[in-house]
Write a protein that binds this ligand. Structure first.
Ligand code: SF4
Ligand code: SF4
Length: 164
């Protein structure tokens, strides 16, 4: 009989011990978030998804040269003199037509080196970090809107046999 009551006491005591820890956490600050409805505020200089405001891109290629992993692919062509002058938001004249500006975010190492030399500040790191995709090719971001205007260059003719 004595053992019977001792077991009951021990069971209640064990439950109370567990509830003590639970009760303690009821009054401490929560360290979890109700993601995705609530999100962490990211540090000011976080490196996330790249974005190019292509309307302000002058096609200078400085970002391409700065990229250590060569994941920016750009093609430009000179605008004709007869075309109406256009300018970036900061007033820089746009003399080149950017017909391709692709960034392969699957290769990007988020170093941010491409954004610093951009003279018109059109290439930026956004605070966007939720951009997972299932197909790898969806990481190839295409920003260019202009179609090529110049006719494609003819392929070089083969040299005659015996010429140097
Ligand atoms: S963040 Fe770095 S790796 Fe990514 S595109 Fe820019 S320069 Fe290249
Ligand atoms: S550095 Fe800026 S303006 Fe120059 S090509 Fe890159 S995105 Fe365009």
């Amino acid at each position: 009989m004595k053992r019977y009551f001792r077991d009951i006491f021990q069971s209640i005591w064990t439950v109370l011990q567990g509830m003590k820890i639970t009760g303690f956490h009821l009054f401490t600050r929560s360290c979890t978030l109700q993601y995705p409805s609530v999100k962490w505020e990211l540090p000011e200089r976080s490196r996330m998804r790249l974005f190019n405001k292509i309307e302000d891109c002058i096609g200078c290629g400085q970002c391409v040269r700065a990229c250590p992993v060569d994941c920016i692919y750009m093609t430009t062509e000179r605008r004709a003199k007869e075309e109406a002058p256009i300018f970036a938001a900061d007033g820089t004249p746009i003399k080149l037509r950017v017909t391709q500006f692709d960034i392969d975010m699957s290769l990007c190492c988020y170093c941010n080196l491409c954004t610093y030399p951009c003279p018109t500040h059109c290439l930026v790191m956004t605070p966007e970090y939720e951009f997972a995709v299932q197909a790898k090719q969806d990481f190839l971001y295409r920003f260019a809107k202009d179609e090529p205007q110049a006719p494609p260059k003819p392929a070089p003719s083969p040299r005659p046999a015996g010429s140097r």
